[in-house]
Design a protein around this ligand. Sequence first.
Ligand code: NJP
Length: 248
Amino acid sequence: MKIRERVLVTGASRGIGEAVALALASAGYDLSLWARSGEAMETVAAACAAKGAHVEIAVVDVSDASSVQIAAERATWSSDGLAGVVLNAGAGMWRPLEDETTNAWDTTVATNLNGAFYVLRACVEHLKKAGGGLIVGISSDSALYPFPNRAAYAAAKTGMRALLETARLELRGAGVRISVLFPGRVDTSFKGGHSDAAPGTRPGALSADEVAGVVQYLFTMPRNVEMREVHMASLTSTFGPFSQCQES
Ligand code: NJP
């Protein structure tokens, strides 16, 4: 009988994280789900459990090092080991540089970069204990191309890429593979330039399910194969310097 393996997904209360949780549940993984919205995660957990996954949830603010540490110590994988982690929690709100407050800058960097670091640091020993594993980082096309009004977000997502490239070198010998995804626009509640963003408000963009399908594929690849970077875009939406090339 195959031993069930567990994956931690951050930002699992909605959007890409929710879709990733459901896709990994369908692929036979057990799940640890982290986000700040406990009630929303209960709903996601129930849907994953209906697919046969054993699911544990924890209310965690990834930008808070102690919140991450406490959740990591309480998680079942602190004793059982961990097959993978999807560093997905993130947020961004576009502002011109002169309107970027210190608080907004700090929050953006704390969520997207510090959060990735705190979670990664908490998982490393447990990935090693399981004999290696897969780390998937959800970065952004903002880390690949310059955009106006995204200084904090682009800096944080670029920093996340550097964090994961460093981790790749340090953890390779322990059998840990690292994949970084750079999606273009995805039709979720992610704010960006729209304070009222919700699924359905970015027609033509990638769907959360399309991104989750790639994450699921990464988890089903042979363990000697490392897909280092995935640049992902919809032809019916913009992607960095590439303009939309089909009507949506
Ligand atoms: O956005 P959204 P996406 N601590 O807002 C959680 C990247 N991306 O699914 O805490 C813990 O629907 C939040 O949960 P909650 C993006 O940068 C997106 O599109 O309950 N969790 C929710 O579950 C991000 O890294 C686009 O509010 C925190 C989730 O994160 C990832 O994709 C394009 C948290 C956000 O769900 C998923 O974003 C791109 C915290 N402090 C990259 N703060 C795009 N959508 O266009 C937030 O290139 N979360």
